[in-house]
Design a protein around this ligand. Structure first.
Ligand code: ADP
Ligand code: MG
Length: 254
C-alpha cells in the first residue's frame, strides 16, 4: 500500500550558494496522510530545502524521491508527479471570480479536451458541474463560501492566501507544500487554514508546512522537522520536538 512508501523524501540534500551552506545534508521523509511541519529560525534553510524537494534548485548532493521513485529532474515536471507547492506570494487571477480561480486549479485533472470545452459537449458540461459543486464545497470548508462569486481581487490578504491553498488542493495533488501560509492571517483565517490542512490530511494527502508560527505548527502537525543552519537538529512528533534541548536552544528560546 502507498502508506508504506513515503510520499516525499529527501536524502542527504545539499545546496550551497557560493560560500553559504543553505542546506547541508538534510534528511526528510513525509508520509501520506500526515501534516509535516518544517520549522527553524529565519535563514536556516527551510525554503531552500523545499526548493530542492521540488527541483526549483538543482541539488549539489542528495536524492529526492516521490512515492519511492526518483523525482523528475525539472521543476515543471514535478507537478505531474503530484507535488504542488504554494508560494508565499499569491498569484491569483484577480479579475476572475473566486470560484473560477478554484476551477483553474481543477482543470489540471479534467479529462475532456479543449474542443469539448469550446463546443460545450456533455463531457465538458458534466465535469464543469461537478467541478463547480466541488469548488463551492472547498470554499465553504475554507470559510470563503460567501465570496465564491466575488472577484478574487476584492479579497483580503488572508482570504487570498486561503484561496491559493484551495486552488492548489483543487488540482488534486498527492503532496501539497505550503510556504508560510499563516503569515498575515487573522485568527479566524488561521483556524480555517488548520481545518483545511487537517481535511487534506484526512483525505490522504501529504501536507508539508513551512511555518513561522510555532503555535500553529504544533497544533496542526503530526510530524515536525526542525532545521538550523542547514541541518536537521530534531524531528518527530510535536511533543518530542517541543521539549528537545537543541530546539529550545536554537529556536524557541530566541
Ligand atoms: P529560510 O526559508 O529558513 O528562512 P532560506 O532557505 O531562504 O531560509 O535561506 C537559507 C540561507 O541561504 C540563507 O542564508 C539565505 O540567505 C541563503 N539563500 C537562500 N536562497 C539563496 C539564493 N538564491 N542565493 C544565495 N543565497 C541564498
Ligand atoms: Mg523561507
Amino acid at each position: 500500500p502507498p502508506g508504506d512508501v513515503p510520499a516525499l523524501e529527501g536524502r542527504g540534500l545539499v545546496k550551497h550558494f557560493g560560500g553559504v551552506k543553505a542546506v547541508d545534508g538534510v534528511d526528510i521523509s513525509v508520509g501520506s496522510g500526515t501534516v509535516h511541519g518544517i520549522i527553524g529560525p529565519n535563514g536556516s534553510g527551510k525554503s531552500t530545502t523545499v526548493s530542492c524537494l521540488t527541483r526549483f534548485h538543482q541539488v549539489d548532493d542528495g536524492e529526492v524521491l516521490v512515492f519511492g521513485e526518483t523525482a523528475a529532474r525539472h521543476p515543471w515536471a514535478v507537478p505531474s508527479q503530484g507535488v504542488i507547492r504554494v508560494f508565499q506570494i499569491p498569484h491569483l487571477f484577480e479579475q476572475q471570480s473566486v470560484l473560477d480561480n478554484v476551477l483553474t486549479g481543477r482543470r489540471r485533472r479534467e479529462s475532456y479536451g479543449w474542443l469539448a470545452a469550446v463546443l460545450r459537449l456533455p463531457a465538458y458540461r458534466r465535469q464543469d458541474r461537478a467541478g463547480r459543486a466541488e469548488g463551492r464545497a472547498l470554499l465553504e470548508f475554507a470559510g470563503l463560501a460567501g465570496r465564491a462569486d466575488r472577484l478574487a481581487g476584492s479579497l483580503s490578504h488572508g482570504q487570498k492566501r486561503l484561496l491559493e491553498v484551495v486552488r492548489a488542493a483543487a488540482s488534486g495533488p498527492r503532496v501539497l507544500i505550503l510556504d508560510e501560509p499563516a503569515t498575515g492571517l487573522t485568527r479566524t483565517e488561521i483556524a480555517a487554514l488548520a481545518r483545511l490542512c487537517r481535511g487534506f490530511r484526512d483525505a490522504g494527502l501529504a501536507v508539508v508546512l513551512i511555518e513561522h508560527n510555532v503555535e500553529f505548527v504544533m497544533d496542526v502537525c503530526d510530524q515536525i522537522t526542525v532545521i538550523d543552519s542547514g541541518t536537521v537538529i530534531a524531528s518527530g512528533a510535536p511533543d518530542h520536538v517541543r521539549g528537545h534541548p537543541a530546539v529550545l536552544e536554537a529556536y524557541l528560546g530566541r
